[in-house]
Design a protein around this ligand. Structure first.
Ligand code: HCS
Length: 602
């Protein structure tokens, strides 16, 4: 009988032990300059110059009880190897790293008749993308190349470990996924982030926010490693377990690193390390467990002995379906609804913003954005499309600032795939794209869906097709269902999608526009009743376009109230100018309601 021993199938059935440190262990080998060839200090070159030592370490770990051995390729990335002028050897080094580990794995498997796995380790490199120290494309290319080497060398999975910035993770994931596709393999990816003592990644992202950002991606596990030790990481691991619906990995350092006489030391001996890590076995979802810096084959042996009779618990957490900035996440379905999106950084909607953009006064623009967040917006609409400006350039200028400096998630308001792509490459959190539609046929629609899928973004689908904007309820729903179908075929999930069924001003002279507000509300109600997982969004102030400012305030607020009652989950508004429905006097409400429902009968 053929047994499926692939890691996807084994995961969760028993604990899988990941091996321990490579870098800190190599430091104990007293290597001579000749061992490094001429690149002293570059651990990764040892894959080529001293494969015997590297393979020996893998063998020691596998003999100590590790199920998975990590390749010696943590820094096999062009911008890290560049420090040793070895950037041109990225592929070769990664491939040799995989070969060394695979050769150890094959040896152990044939002698002990057991199944072991090789994880191709890739670190984050030395630069933070969210601080603009490195750009997305450079990272993407590096991970693609390194992953190709690892795959050609025979890894069973890829481990992206010690990550400090979700934007690094997205670049690495994109590079690795594309390499796997290019090599036509089925290789799962594990992600492991480093949480600092203050409870967040170096860039400021906590574990729940990270879970929200990575929720859309197809990854084997999400986990934590390095940084501190098993005692300090426990709280964060428990929080991750509550906020992640999949399996979890953990490989801590041998304690919190100490600086003793200028040398970094890891205080935990094998027994105390194993005891501390064994505590993680009762955390829901934890299924891969091992060691990071400071650990040795003896630590892994002690861990294996401690946990060999334990069984992992299934995941019970729920990954947030949310939008996220680097610093916080906001559930897509807010309680109470709706999810308010600030509209004041929209060049079409705000003259003040447009003027500031013309002056390139980015500080004042940041103030507007911050003010929107303070006044209750849970995300920020960023639209820079207007005549005479370069949309792509303006988008880059704003998004790179907002990504770091604005605490709420972002809405990329553009219908141009190139502009959207540029923005996505700068956002560490989980944004929403606004929007795709069928006006120019399916090619552009598919392209935008593909971008949303690749970057794990949510997506607004706007009810416009080749016949134009959908005005009646029937047309709105017909276009919406067609877009839904197509977006699902493009690999998106219902929960990624938010429909804008369009609203027009009730002040229009044309009957078909005037009656559209009611049709919009009815269509939203039917859409949300038929497909509960999708969202519905509207640019609320369109309903009152052309009226005076005071009337607009009332009409927008009453319209929002009714739209939400009928299933609207998101609204693009200026939160500052909304009046709570109960505070509007009944006569004013009635006038607004007559306008909205186009109902003038007594
Ligand atoms: N796998 C790497 C991780 C460093 S944080 C190592 O050196 O053990």
């Amino acid at each position: 009988l053929e047994v499926d021993l692939s890691i996807r199938n084994i995961l969760g059935k028993r604990f899988l032990i990941l091996d321990g440190a490579m870098g800190t262990l190599l430091q104990t080998y007293n290597l001579k300059e000749s061992d490094w060839d001429f690149k002293v200090g570059c651990n990764e070159i040892l894959n080529i110059t001293r494969p015997d030592i590297i393979k020996g370490i893998h063998l020691d770990y596998l003999k100590a009880g590790a199920d998975i051995t990590k390749t010696n390729s943590f820094g096999a990335l062009p911008w890290v190897l560049e420090e040793y002028n070895l950037q041109d050897k990225t592929y070769e080094i990664a491939k040799m790293a995989a070969k060394n580990a695979k050769s150890a794995k094959d040896e152990i498997e044939s002698v002990h008749k057991c199944q072991k796995y090789v994880a191709g380790s890739l670190g984050p490199g030395t630069k933070l993308a969210s601080l603009n120290q490195i750009d997305f494309d450079t990272m993407y290319d590096g991970y693609f190349l390194a992953a190709c080497g690892l795959i050609d060398g025979g890894v069973d999975l890829i481990l992206l470990e010690t990550f400090q910035d979700p934007l690094q993770i997205k670049a690495a994931l994109n590079g690795c996924f594309d390499a796997i596709k290019y090599k036509q393999k089925d290789i799962p990816i594990m992600i492991s982030a480093t949480i600092e003592l203050n409870g967040s990644m170096l860039i400021g992202t906590d574990v729940a926010t990270l879970a929200a950002i990575l929720e859309p991606f197809d990854i084997l596990t999400l986990g934590l490693n390095c940084g501190s030790g098993p005692i300090q990481v426990e709280t964060h691991l428990r929080k991750l377990s509550q906020n992640w619906g999949g399996y979890i990995s953990i490989h801590s350092n041998a304690g919190l690193p100490e600086n003793i006489a200028g040398k970094v030391c890891y205080p935990m001996d094998p027994e105390s390390f194993a005891k501390a890590e064994a505590k993680f076995c009762d955390i829901d979802g934890v299924s891969i467990i091992g060691g990071c810096c400071g650990t040795t084959p003896n630590h892994i042996k002690a861990l294996q002995e401690k946990i060999k009779d334990l069984k992992p618990k299934p995941p019970k957490g729920v990954s947030p379906k949310a939008l996220a900035s680097l610093y916080q996440y906001e559930p897509l379905f807010q309680e109470p609804p709706p999810f308010l999106i600030g509209e004041r950084t929209n060049a079409t909607g705000s003259k003040q913003f447009r003027d500031l953009l013309l002056k390139e006064d980015y500080d004042s623009i940041l103030s507007i954005a911050q003010e929107q967040a303070l006044s209750g917006a849970k995300a920020l609409d960023v639209s820079v499309n207007f005549a005479g400006r370069n949309e792509e350039k303006d988008m880059i200028e704003l998004i790179s600032r907002f990504n770091q400096k604005i605490s709420i998630p972002l809405m990329i308001d553009s219908t141009q795939p190139n502009t959207i792509l540029k923005a996505l490459k700068l956002i560490g959190g989980r944004p929403i794209i606004n929007s795709a539609n069928l006006e120019d046929g399916t090619e552009k629609f598919d392209k935008i869906c593909e971008l949303a899928k690749k970057f794990g973004s949510a997506l607004v689908l706007l009810a416009i097709d080749e016949k134009g904007m959908a005005k009646t309820k029937e047309r709105k729903l017909e276009v919406a269902y067609r877009m839904l179908d197509r977006a699902l075929k493009n690999g998106l999930r219902k929960s990624d999608l938010v429909f804008d069924l369009l609203t027009f001003t009730v002040a229009s002279a044309e009957e078909e526009y005037r009656s559209a507000a009611k049709d919009t509300i009815d269509a939203i109600s039917e859409l949300r009743n038929t497909h509960k997982e999708v969202g519905a969004i509207l640019g609320i102030s369109n309903v009152s376009f052309g009226l005076n400012a005071q009337a607009r305030k009332y009409l927008n607020s009453v319209f929002l109230y009714h739209a939400v009652k009928n299933g609207l989950s998101m609204a693009i508004v200026n939160p500052k100018s909304l009046i709570p429905y109960p505070l509007i006097n009944p006569e004013d409400r009635q006038i607004c309601e007559r306008l909205i429902f186009n109902d003038w009968q007594e």
